[in-house]
Design a binder for this molecule. Structure first.
Ligand code: ATP
Length: 234
C-alpha cells in the first residue's frame, strides 16, 4: 500500500535521508528501528508530507504523493501519531478524540469510533472528562493513538509510542497496536524498543545514518548478528 523509493531529504542543506526505500504491504506491521538521529522521524515526516523530499518517490496505493499536501495524505487514509503526542492539554480526553475526527467521513462516525477507542483503552473511557494535561505518560500515549484512530485510518504511523514509558505500559500499548492491526489497519511503527518491535512486526527495516542497512522479515532480523549486537544487547 505504501511504497517509499530511493528517498532523500535535507534540513537546511544537511542531508538526513540517503536513498531510503521501504514498503508497507496491506495488513502488515512494519517496524522501523535505529538509534537516535538515524532519520526515523524524518522518514515518517517525509511520508506524511510534513517535510519535502529532495529525491525519490513515495506512493500510496500506486498514487504518487509528490504533489500531495499533508491533508491529502490524511484523506488517503494515513494517520500519523507523532513522537511528542501533541495533544490539546487543556481539553478533555473526549474532546481530544473529537478533535481527531476532523475529516467529514470520520466526523460522521465519531461516536462509534470513540466507543471503539474506549473499548481498546478502557482507562480513557474512565477518564473521558479529565484534562489531557493531567493524564499519566502512558495514558497520554493511549490518547494520542486513540486520536489517530479517530480518522479511521487504513495506515497508522506511530513514532515511538513507548518513549519514556514503563515496560508494562509499553507491552499493553503494543498489544493494542497488534489488535488494531488485526482489525484491518496496517501499521508503520518507529520503535526504540527493538525487541518489542520485532516481536509484533511482520517485517522490519534498520536505519543507520539516514540509510537502510538491513531489512527483512522481523523474525529473521531478530536473529541477525548485527541487530543482536547493536540493538538487542546480545
Ligand atoms: P530519534 O530516535 O532521536 O528521534 P530519529 O531516528 O528519529 O532519532 P531524526 O529525528 O529523523 O532521527 O533525525 C535525523 C537527523 O536529522 C539528525 O541528525 C537530526 O539532528 C537531524 N534533524 C532532525 N530534525 C531536524 C531539524 N528540524 N532541523 C535540522 N536537522 C534536523
Amino acid at each position: 500500500m505504501l511504497r517509499v523509493d530511493h528517498v532523500s531529504a535535507h534540513y537546511d542543506g544537511v542531508q538526513a535521508l540517503w536513498g531510503v526505500s521501504l514498503q508497507v504491504e496491506e495488513g502488515a506491521i512494519v517496524a522501523l528501528v535505529g538509534s537516535n538521529g538515524a532519520g526515523k522521524t524524518t522518514l515518517l515526516r517525509a511520508i506524511s508530507r510534513l517535510l519535502p523530499v529532495s529525491e525519490g518517490s513515495i506512493t500510496l496505493d500506486g498514487r504518487d504523493l509528490a504533489s500531495a499536501g499533508s491533508h491529502d495524505v490524511v484523506e488517503a487514509g494515513v494517520a500519523h501519531v507523532p513522537e511528542a503526542r501533541q495533544l490539546f492539554p487543556m481539553m478533555t480526553v473526549r474532546e481530544n478524540l473529537e478533535m481527531g475526527a476532523y475529516l467529514p467521513a470520520a466526523r460522521a462516525q465519531a461516536a462509534q469510533t470513540i466507543a471503539h477507542v474506549f473499548d481498546l483503552f478502557p482507562i480513557l473511557g474512565e477518564r473521558r472528562a479529565q484534562l489531557a494535561s493531567t493524564l499519566s505518560g502512558g495514558e497520554q500515549q493511549m490518547l494520542a493513538i486513540g486520536r489517530g484512530l479517530m480518522l479511521r485510518p487504513r495506515l497508522l504511523i506511530l513514532d515511538e509510542p513507548s518513549l519514556g514509558l514503563a515496560p508494562l505500559v509499553v507491552r499493553s500499548i503494543l498489544d493494542i497496536v497488534r489488535r488494531v492491526n488485526r482489525e484491518g489497519v496496517s501499521v508503520l511503527l518507529v520503535e526504540q524498543n527493538v525487541s518489542h518491535a520485532l516481536a509484533i512486526a511482520t517485517s522490519a527495516y534498520v536505519l543507520e545514518n539516514g540509510r537502510v542497512v538491513l531489512h527483512g522479515p522481523a523474525a529473521e532480523l531478530a536473529g541477525n548478528p548485527h541487530v543482536k549486537r547493536a540493538y538487542l544487547g546480545l
